[in-house]
Design a protein around this ligand. Structure first.
Ligand SMILES: Cc1cc2nc3c(=O)[nH]c(=O)nc-3n(C[C@H](O)[C@H](O)[C@H](O)COP(=O)(O)OP(=O)(O)OC[C@H]3O[C@@H](n4cnc5c(N)ncnc54)[C@H](O)[C@@H]3O)c2cc1C
Length: 383
């Protein structure tokens, strides 16, 4: 690709985990020093508040292809942890944690057992079914009302520290960060010539990456596209346990409810999936719902004290998959959004692949399932 030398070879809009990861891989693997334009603080949106769990399963079982992509993303976390910590000097505490998925009804028992077979045979994980008595003795925080559950070994990290580590590692290699609210793009034909800033300024470039989370749906309009993606609000309750109560050493997940002890010492209770537009204000209702659901999973939480609640927005596409790759109809501009519940998990694999596309027009990691053009019913309105 041709990289102009105006103000920046590559402009990345959004200083979340996806933007910081792309910038890091561009610098490290291709020697391209991108500029990140972030209107607020780095990691101030979902990337700084995410639970930081890295697991192949989500609320539901994903397609085989997407599950493999997620597993490859988790593998990269293991492979690159030492390198990123070493370059950045920031330890974001990547660690293993046992995850328990309990069943409360016989239908859930069948569903979980079926899922477990798939996890073992297709994903090659070591998922194990534990009956009620074993669950109760090995995982004493779990409710006595369960009918058994699946246990797997997963990974987790501290999300805010991870995002800052990626930024710091990138900056060490020449990445620049500028506080700027991008409000549009200037173009000639099908090539961008710069991005417009709200103060009337402009950053010249021929290459733009839209990595601004749910706000990429607004950015897509600058390129004449409407993307099927909503902001999906999620809230998390941060608690402190009574001083005589040790934190559990495992997490408990059931549908959208979870209890997750963090390596940094917090105990997180999640979460909600709310379709309420770009509203990211924490609410009392959500806190009560989350506490209720968490208590059902782990009655010991009755003594937990609520410290604070966070609310932020996931970029959620209509089929639940990320939107990655070339912006149709444009030379040198890219989408990197739509990571839904999995943006921390997928940050490294996305960053690596998008950086390869920006530098070489292709990547070893296949992104065709994530192209915007998959939404056949979208009539593209290319400027
Ligand atoms: C409650 C909750 C829990 C989660 N838990 C997990 C988890 O356990 N594991 C996991 O893998 N994922 C999790 N996620 C998902 C994950 O947080 C997101 O997928 C990920 O953070 C998305 O990163 P991003 O960089 O795309 O977007 P964001 O973090 O939203 O960052 C986008 C950035 O772009 C900036 N921006 C927007 N518009 C502009 C503009 N015009 N100009 C300049 N800057 C702009 C914003 O200020 C923001 O900083 C969770 C999400 C939520 C809400």
């Amino acid at each position: 690709m041709h990289l102009s030398k105006t103000n920046a070879d590559v402009v990345i809009i959004g200083g979340g985990v996806i933007g910081c990861s792309i910038a890091y891989f561009l610098a490290k693997n291709h020697g391209i020093r991108a500029i990140i334009l972030e209107r607020d603080a780095v990691a101030s949106a979902a990337s700084g508040s995410a639970a930081g769990e890295l697991a192949a399963l989500g609320r539901r079982q994903y397609s085989d292809d997407f599950s493999k992509f997620i597993l490859a993303g988790i593998q990269m976390h293991g492979d690159l942890y030492e390198e990123i910590v070493q370059i950045s000097g920031i330890d974001y505490l990547l660690s293993d944690i046992e995850q328990v998925r309990p069943a409360f009804t016989s239908v859930e028992v069948s569903e979980l057992k079926e899922q477990m077979v798939w996890q073992n045979s297709f994903l090659g994980l070591e998922a194990e079914w534990l009956k009620t008595t074993d669950l109760r003795s090995d995982y004493p925080w779990i409710s006595h009302n369960v009918l058994g559950g699946v246990v797997t070994l997963e990974k987790q990290l501290e999300s805010y520290a991870f995002c800052i580590a990626l930024l710091q590692a990138g900056e060490t290699l020449g990445v620049r960060l500028k506080t700027a609210n991008v409000v549009g793009v200037a173009s000639e034909g099908n090539v961008v010539t710069g991005v417009k800033i709200s103060d009337g300024g402009m950053v010249g470039t021929n290459c733009v990456v839209l990595a601004n989370g749910p706000w990429a749906s607004i950015g897509a309009e600058w390129f004449g596209h409407a993307i099927p993606m909503i902001p999906l609000k999620g809230q998390i309750v941060h608690t402190a346990t009574a001083s005589d109560l040790d934190l559990p050493r495992y997490s408990i997940f059931h549908n959208s409810a979870y209890v997750l002890p963090k390596p940094g010492g917090d105990l997180l209770l999640g979460t909600t999936d709310e379709d309420v537009g770009f509203n990211n204000t924490p609410t009392e209702d959500a806190k009560n719902l989350i506490m209720e659901a968490a208590l059902r999973l782990a009655p010991s939480l009755l003594d937990a004290e609520v410290r604070y609640i966070t609310a932020c927005l996931r970029a959620y596409s209509s089929d639940g998959l990320p939107i990655l790759g070339k912006i149709p109809g444009w030379e040198g501009s890219y989408f990197a959004t739509g990571h839904g519940h999995k943006g921390i998990t997928l940050a490294l694999i996305t960053g690596n692949a998008i950086a390869d596309h920006v530098a070489n027009g292709e990547s070893q990691i296949d992104l065709k399932n994530f192209a915007l053009t998959r939404f056949q019913n979208l009539q593209e309105n290319i400027t």
